[in-house]
Design a protein around this ligand. Structure first.
Ligand code: ADP
Ligand code: MG
Length: 139
């Protein structure tokens, strides 16, 4: 099934000028970048985006990290894109990420782990709608 998922190239990666290298891994895995924009997230945007984690001890640090430098927000399209991109990203903690995954290749630690990807088709639609209108997405 062709799906869309939402991706963020996080501040740790944009600061190290890794946008192109990460996009090459995404495209090499058969996912198509059908919308992309570089933004500096506001605190309000980051808090809303990660609201599911608001009771977790790392929430404040997560919001601070995500607003510390620009990010690249993206819509990816492909066969089973949601699960596929989770595979391509690798485990949340880069120490546990498989060889060849984005997090194994580029992440610094569990907090600064270079990329976000939606964890379900339902959340993908919600997350895409937070940052893109349909007119921005050219599939
Ligand atoms: P994922 O991004 O793999 O879906 P989660 O949804 O569990 O992971 O967590 C969201 C983000 O919160 C992670 O990508 C990471 O940046 C941060 N995070 C998760 N766990 C920790 C932790 N133990 N310490 C610091 N930051 C964390
Ligand atoms: Mg998650």
């Amino acid at each position: 099934m062709t799906q869309r998922t939402f991706s963020i190239i996080k501040p740790d990666a944009t600061k190290r000028n890794l946008t192109g290298k990460i996009n090459a891994v995404i495209e090499g895995a058969g996912l198509r970048i059908i919308a992309q924009r570089r933004i500096h997230m506001t605190e309000g945007q980051a808090k809303r985006f990660y609201e599911v984690h608001k009771e977790r001890p790392f929430y404040g640090e997560l919001v601070a990290t995500m607003t510390s430098a620009p990010v690249v927000v993206q819509v990816l399209e492909g066969e089973n894109a949601v699960a596929r991109y989770r595979e391509v990203m690798g485990a949340t903690n880069p120490d546990q990420a498989a060889e060849g995954t984005i997090r194994k290749l580029f992440a610094l630690n569990v907090g600064e782990n270079s990329v976000h990807g939606s964890d379900s088709l339902e959340n993908a639609a919600i997350e895409i709608a937070q940052f893109f209108s349909e007119a921005d997405i050219v599939g």
